[in-house]
Design a protein around this ligand. Sequence first.
Ligand SMILES: *Cc1c(COP(=O)(O)O)cnc(C)c1O
Length: 375
Amino acid sequence: MQQLQMVDLKRQYNKIKNEIDIAISNVIESTAFIGGKDVSALAAELSAYVGVKHTIPCANGTDALQIALMALGLKAGDEVITPSFTYIATVEVVLLLGLKPVFVDVLPDAFTMDPVSLEGAITPNTKAIIPVHLYGQSADMAPILEIASKHGIPVIEDNAQAIGGSYTFPDGRIVKTGAMGTISCTSFFPSKNLGCYGDGGAIFTNDDDLAVKMKMIANHGQKVRYYHEMVGCNSRLDSIQAAVLRIKLPLLDEYCDARRAAADYYDNTFSSHPMLTVPYRAPYAHHVYHQYTLIVEGFDRDTLHTRLAEKGIPSMIYYPVPCHKQEMLKPYGTHDAVLPVTNALNACVISLPMHTELTEEELKYITTSLLEILG
Ligand SMILES: *Cc1c(COP(=O)(O)O)cnc(C)c1O
């Protein structure tokens, strides 16, 4: 057996090496390194896949969130509601723009924004809500969208971990993650479900005006070259990354299925163990398992992490410190925020290797070893 990894990008590359190598060398031959035809073609293909009118490729998922917030025209001190149980990027952009982060708790089973906690956090100053489709599973969007629309507040979906997933509305409508909010954002960081070979990201919307504005913001606030109408930034997706993504996008559903098959294997071996809670499969979501994250109780999580490592099995803690308790947030006075579910989860979650190339032999070794450790 080869050395186990959290994410095995080498084996995935080997299967598509010919197409990727040709696509990359075509970009080099064309020398259209920035804004080549692959970038606009990818944007159209992503719009079709996600089911939105406009896709604006950009440099990374963090920029995507920042540009989305900039486009909403918020002013200093406006409040933005996010879960604390997320990657720091969701929150960092709020701070960068001088906005006020307001943290809400997550559902204890789904790990995504608790609509009740959201409702309680809304004030007249709430100007945006950012639900995060954490670990590959859609947040419960119907109640979130209902609360947002009742108060006239735009929703930005953080879809960095769940592209390829979907949400089923109570009326039976199935919508892809990234096609539900006013704006949505994703990341093409290599280890994400749709990863490129460097940094990359994209912004999605059905709103024509916001699309124009976000395209300008990502390009120094200009529509016409050298005529700058507003303060923007420089956030572009390289042509080489777009070319890689154009090969991987048609494989995304297959990749998600491979992740789901690995999750099935894990679930089958772990679901009856008294110390383990397998990831919740919300009836409203098509989970695409960016992470496979267990809750461990009655056994020290960090000891489990160390023992797994001794057996050559990597595992990760996403995330060891919740956002509201990060040093970065100290000046914002959020360290004592009352978020009981978030505070409890950080101490007991552990994520196992999850990628598109896990073999049955590897899954068997990982699951058997983990059960042995728990005794
Ligand atoms: C990865 C990630 C981001 C940021 O994406 P980058 O491309 O790394 O900037 C934002 N939010 C979440 C939830 C993420 O997982």
